[in-house]
Design a protein around this ligand. Structure first.
Ligand code: DAS
Length: 335
């Protein structure tokens, strides 16, 4: 039997960046360049290279991620791949990975990776991360797990992964559950098998739905809410305080009332892990029970950026309010 056929789909980011001469770096490399920098990959896989885009990841949109999904489906089909690796920038890596996780309808592993140190830096982590990602995508243990995020020899389920450090090679964490696996001497080990992320149909492109994301803060008076109304967003995600609470000035703001009457409003927690509460506090306007009574939807185990991805896909597909609520419900373990 031959080596597993693994696709490498390059999208830019630091892993594709080289020095510009003034100490900064810019994404320039394509998939074939990444493969050339890691020739040992041919010992563990039969790699197929395809450059999808060469963007700095702050510029990647949900529309880009939906189009990337379609590219990957075609890549897997055309090249009869056993697994596929996406290389992209770490700034939006968690959102790209989660979009793919929501849309992926196959047991073929899709593994997302990037780098913190660009190719011109001492100790660049790009080739090592690419190698770990290819090994994971080639592993039978990764089949059926949806999208995984591999960085620094840790394997994360896309649904839980977050960038937890701005500049350390150990940048990615899964705060609520921890990584699902790791690489030992280059071999992927996945002791924890998370349930498959509930799938969402890919919306038509271009994805024109726009979902706003606001994080509350001590003394928040809701002054930004009228801009969300005026700008015609198709939904709002609010990152509330720890248990999913908002100041009364936000909860009772006329613009918040108007948003609740017109678009889905989803409440995540700005805390780093866990789920918003459901049945612990009442008697103040921004309590979780009061907000739920007024129609606010809980993000469940999703952090705010992931809730925004899901709400964008759902509103892009024209899901009615009940459908949006049901879709988010599947991300909560709470009754
Ligand atoms: N933060 C850089 C990276 O890690 C830039 C980017 O995300 O494109 O890739």
């Amino acid at each position: 039997m031959g080596l597993p056929r693994i696709g490498i789909a390059a999208c830019g980011g630091t892993i594709a960046a080289t020095a510009s001469g003034d100490g900064t770096a810019t994404p320039r490399l394509g998939a074939a360049d990444l493969l050339d920098a890691a020739p040992w990959l041919r010992d563990i896989a039969d790699p197929q290279a395809r450059t999808v885009m060469t963007k700095a990841s702050p510029d990647i949109t949900v529309d880009d991620a939906v189009r990337l999904h379609a590219e990957l489906v075609a890549f897997v089909r055309d090249e009869r791949l056993d697994g596929v690796v996406v290389t992209s920038g770490t700034d939006t890596l968690e959102e790209v990975a989660f979009t793919l996780d929501l849309l992926w309808d196959s047991d073929v592993p899709v593994v997302v990776t990037g780098a913190i140190r660009n190719a011109s830096k001492p100790g660049t982590d790009g080739p090592a991360n690419l190698t770990a990602a290819v090994a994971t995508a080639a592993s039978p243990a990764a089949r059926g797990l949806g999208a995984l995020l591999v960085m620094n020899d840790h394997i994360h389920a896309a649904r839980y992964a977050r960038k937890g450090n701005s500049g350390n090679v150990a940048a990615f964490v899964s705060p609520t559950i921890g990584p699902v696996g790791y690489l030992a001497e280059g071999v992927p080990v996945i002791p924890m098998r998370v349930s498959r992320t509930p799938r969402v149909e890919p919306p038509a492109v271009p994805v024109t739905a726009r979902v706003a994301l606001l994080t509350t803060f001590m003394g928040d008076d809701g002054a930004l809410l009228p801009a969300v109304v005026a700008d015609g967003f198709t939904g709002l995600v609010v990152a509330g305080f720890g248990g999913g609470h908002l100041p009364a000035a936000v909860a009772e703001h006329p613009a918040f009332e108007e948003l609740l009457a017109t678009v889905p409003v989803v409440l995540a927690s700005r805390a780093n892990s866990g789920e918003p509460l459901r049945a612990t506090y009442s008697g103040f306007a921004g309590s979780e029970t009061e907000l739920a009574r007024r129609g606010v939807i809980s993000a469940g185990s999703l952090d705010a950026p992931k809730a925004r991805v899901l709400l964008t896909l759902l509103t892009a597909a024209g899901r009615p309010p009940d459908g949006v609520r049901a879709a988010f419900r599947r991300f909560s373990a709470l009754p």
